[in-house]
Write a protein of this length. Sequence first.
Length: 268
Amino acid sequence: MSSFNFGSIERVKSGFITGKFEFVYSDDFPVKKGIPYSIFYTTDKRERFVIDFGRTWQEIFVGNPKKHYTTFQSYTTAKGGEIEREKYVRPSRPVITEDMRKKGIIKRYFVSYHFDNETNLFEISKKDYSKKLVFYKKTSLDWKLTGNKQEVKEHNEEQLEMGEDILRGMRYFLNPLEFYVEEITEEQILNKKLENLLHNPHTYEHQSDAMNVANALGLSGTHTMPDGTIMPGATHQEYLDALRRNEEITTSSGTTISTQNLRRNSGY
């Protein structure tokens, strides 16, 4: 393909068929008769003739002026090409809402500019996707948001593979776990809160926090360290002895946590 600025295209006419010896390729090899082509009009008022080969486009050139009319009106009259203004689209990314997460799957829309030598994919809105996009190849994906992490990953990878058939580079364009948030159970939330509490044995915000740990260790009361830190157990020795005796503790809520959490990053 010859290199010209496809970004300068102003409008396009499509639905034309090459005639015998009407066009040649850049190496002057004749273009066969009966091949569909389009005419692009650039902002500098020039006509460019292009064949769509599916994944690539090839510019062709007038080989026999006697078999080819050069005025815009002649093309419209003789071959009935439909003139279309170029429709520009803008990148757009979805904003994930709670309703979307409840639904579990969303539609995502992507395009690639026909005439870029390098892959140039971007996501667009549903509104732009619904337009007749002459200059863009496009595809949509059913993007999974919720469920088992591995199943979500495999589903979205499959969608990306399908998109690759239309848009080159789609396979690796997205993280298959984009927008995925791992579901957390109430028990996991409670465990996390307790671990946050137990991972910092140097201080407890309230005496009741230290008392909860003391009860779980089978101790009574709390004690205050020289620096003012409140700790479980009547004395610090009692607290250390309890840690050595117990590999794990069970809180009043019934949650079991290893006492290693109490020792982690601790100087006590």
